[in-house]
Design a protein around this ligand. Sequence first.
Ligand SMILES: [Zn+2]
Length: 427
Amino acid sequence: MLRACLLTTALAAGLCLTGCEADEPPVPNLLLISVDTLRADALEPYGYGRPTSPNLARLAETSVVFEQAHATSSWTLPTLATVMTGELPSTTHTHTFASSLPLGFDTLAERLRAAGFDTAAVASHTFLGVKYGLHQGFTHFDDDLVNFIADSHNAITSDQVTAKARAFIEAKVAADRFDDGPWFLWAHYFDPHDSYLAHEGFSEPFGTETDRDLYDGEIAFTDHHIGALLSCLDELGLANETVVVFVADHGEEWRDHGSHGHGQTLYEEVVRVPLTLRVPGYAPRRVTEPISTLDLFPTLLELCGVAIPKDLPGRSLVPILAGGAGPDRALVSELRLGVAFDAIRRGSHKLIVDRKQQQVLLFDLATDPLEQRDIAAEEPELVAALRAELEQRLAEAHARGRGLAPSGSSDLSAAEAEALSRLGYAE
Ligand SMILES: [Zn+2]
């Protein structure tokens, strides 16, 4: 597929560049694959011992794998709003079920569309419905799986997400002689989310006795259909001109700290997410330094040749992709879903502030990766420094969100509230 040069895209975005060298790299397509409720350590490329993810393992072998990627919260709407805006939940006003991403944000899809990308998304979760605002910038927004499935938490949709995503890519190739511009496709998979269902041909290696067994089978089923989407890139000769991002919105607690589900705490089992980037021209490697999903927004803009807004809270990961070091910066996450937690990680230390219980916990993830031993009482100076940095970052996040107040709430009906409750969300 022929592709317009970077200059064409840059000019479409209103940038002022001079010259378009013949050897300038072409603007890539962008395929963003997100999976709901997928904790990193449930995947083979993150060390899991069960065969949940052969296709994602193959993808990881050709990608830059971020071993310590942190989401900005532990449930869907705020974390995916971060991916689309590069902002923290306090900036995007996405703290509750009644939230909706304000229309004033210039989202990833809007920026890429302005730069000449054809933009498409396949939604499979309530929070990707139009009322929650994540649709902004997508010319093709397929939310049939949100709107026409009455009982989404008991539905199986990964096969349909792949079919819809493949149909978009195949249509782009078929139309290539008329339109050779790049495209951005976001495919969101939902099946690993509660309820945990058995999948014939996939669940058997894990058993169906426990929810955890079923969860692993759901991951294997989803992995299979992600593999079918990825193979489409190979079949159509697009793999070398497409950036492939794989990420989860958040993880899942299996009573690691006493509870089950997500959106209830900010421990690693819910905020540490898998993140891999396969970028033509960049060698695969594994990155151990902690990064935030805030960083995806500037990273993807840079890889697509689009200007990065100044003063974002995230930083482009392109220097890391190229083998360099990442920014020296703390990672922040927030949760206000009936609780009030904030967390900050700097280096191996992670501070969790429970504002309702007025409690502060400090963990050293280097020696205590499962966050079992609170050392706050032993490190008062470190606690104070991290607390001050956290409050500063949150104050900045709130300030960035002023003037972008919600344009309207998502106005849950009683039936929708009940459906969310069944999904395990309890505000
Ligand atoms: Zn989710």
